[in-house]
Design a protein around this ligand. Structure first.
Ligand SMILES: *Cc1c(COP(=O)(O)O)cnc(C)c1O
Length: 454
């Protein structure tokens, strides 16, 4: 932290509310109030900082429309050449040898774990601070998700706590590059190598993020993406698997296509369906949207990053606001969600959920926890116990093993983060500097009026 920032934070913490107001007023748009001090919080009946909506997401133009019409008119809507073209383009964009597109990110994860041999009796190490689909994909392969607590600074799985959780049953690690971070892939890959584990990256939130100039999703054995409506590259619903190993990718393909043979490694003399499979193929019109959407991805990611950097620099000076900090090795941050911690002790002990309501009232579309998803951190979610009590798990795992598993579902750092995290969906980052100023001004306004909050 440079000297300026320390001085400014100190200034904010120690000066009177009036003095801060004068300083802040220059950047506050006129909504009928003259200083922060006299402006009443919107949640208490005052004028909101902003009434204008933020940038919309997703964004499309004539290029998307022009591309999809011929696909529609061709009558070929299920997987064919357009999906193949999109796979090649996605692989190239990310720097992977192969790409398989799927119906969604969840099935990309399920397929990847299955293809790498994860199954009943296995343990897969992952983070509790993730979207439910990461955990679903492990349980649906009949394996146990072993939750390693998070690193409180980066919000990612704590790489230094992974090794102590490895057992003879551990077969894979699933780092999840969550929110706007990247997991510590050097440490994770080193551990995987040492214990001969597979690594499946859940990159469903980290499109175009980079670790030492390599894109997330290309850093482990397989990398999975979501292309769902809210994600930074989208075609409404969709998923992608990236990998460099042709044989494993053929297995993924076969599994995603009813177990039909694929590639040179698979036996052709065991009928038309030599392996078990499911079906989660992407459709042609989805792929068409994906192809044109990829053209704007770089520019959009750049804009999000510039706005995020600007916003971070401003809001981290407000006491009690602590943005996520990424590892040094991250050469490019991707923003699916912009996250920071809210330390209520700096806000007159005003609860996080009420702070969110106050920000929403000021016109800032804010949410807590893991974003739009209300709920518990994954080690406390109901689906875990439900899975453990299922017929399948009861037959695969001994009572002793399940009891021992239950006892280790403890992640205090994650629990605290889920109570303190606040953020916005990345659509707000696609706007202007003025949009960022509005966010900053709204948070500052709440901070300055903290004595009026109960
Ligand atoms: C969105 C998301 C998924 C699931 O992707 P879908 O395309 O919605 O199935 C998985 N993991 C994480 C971390 C996600 O954010």
């Amino acid at each position: 932290m440079n000297k300026n920032k320390i001085t400014r934070r100190h200034f904010l913490e120690t000066t009177s509310i009036g003095a801060v107001s004068v300083m802040a007023v220059a950047s506050i748009p006129a909504f009928g109030f003259h200083t922060q001090q006299t402006s009443r919080l919107a949640i208490l009946g005052g004028q909101p900082v902003r009434i204008k909506p933020f940038h919309v997401w997703p964004v499309w133009d004539k290029a998307d429309e022009d591309a999809i019409l011929p696909v529609l008119r061709s009558g070929v809507w299920s997987r064919s050449g357009v999906v193949k073209e999109a796979e090649e383009k996605f692989a190239k964009l990310m720097g992977a040898k192969h790409c398989l597109l799927t119906t969604n990110g969840t099935h990309a994860l399920i397929t990847s774990l299955h293809a790498l041999g994860v199954g009943g009796g296995d343990e897969v190490i992952t983070t509790p601070f993730t979207f439910v689909a990461s955990v679903d994909s492990i349980l649906l392969n009949n394996a146990l998700p072993v939750f390693v607590d998070i690193d409180p600074v980066t919000w990612q799985i704590d790489p230094d706590k992974i090794e102590e959780r490895i057992t003879e049953n551990t077969t894979a690690i699933m780092p999840v590059h969550i929110t706007c971070g990247v997991s510590n892939m050097d440490k994770i890959n080193a551990i995987a190598k040492k214990y001969n584990l597979k690594v499946v990256e859940d990159a469903c939130e980290s499109h175009l993020a980079e670790w030492k100039h390599k894109k997330t999703g290309t850093l482990g054995d397989l990398g999975c993406f979501s292309l769902q409506n809210g994600k930074s590259i989208t075609c409404g619903e969709g998923g992608a698997i990236l990998g460099d190993d042709e044989q494993i990718m053929d297995l993924c393909y076969s599994f995603h296509n009813f177990g039909r043979p694929k590639g040179k490694y698979m036996s052709r003399d065991r009928g038309g369906h030599p392996i078990l499979g499911t079906k989660c193929r992407m459709a042609e019109y989805q792929a068409s949207i994906l192809i044109t959407q990829m053209d704007s991805a770089e520019e959009e990611a750049k804009r999000r990053s510039e706005n995020a950097d600007y916003l971070t620099e401003k809001i981290e000076e407000i006491p009690g606001i602590v943005p996520i900090k990424g590892y040094e090795e991250i050469t490019r941050t991707a923003y699916y969600y912009y996250g920071f911690r809210y330390k209520k002790e700096h806000f007159n002990d005003y609860p996080r959920d009420k702070f969110i309501k106050a920000l929403v009232a000021e016109g800032i579309p804010t949410s807590g926890g893991l974003g739009a998803i209300e709920g518990e951190p994954m080690h406390k979610e109901g689906l875990i116990e439900e899975a453990l009590n299922s017929k399948t798990f009861q037959k695969i795992y001994s009572k002793e093993r399940l009891d021992a598993y239950r006892r280790q579902l403890v992640c205090p750092e994650c629990d605290q983060l889920v109570e303190e995290s606040v953020g916005f969906h990345s659509n707000v980052l696609l706007g202007t500097r003025q949009d960022m100023d509005d966010i900053y001004n709204a948070i500052l306004k709440i901070y300055e009026n903290r004595d009026k909050l109960i």
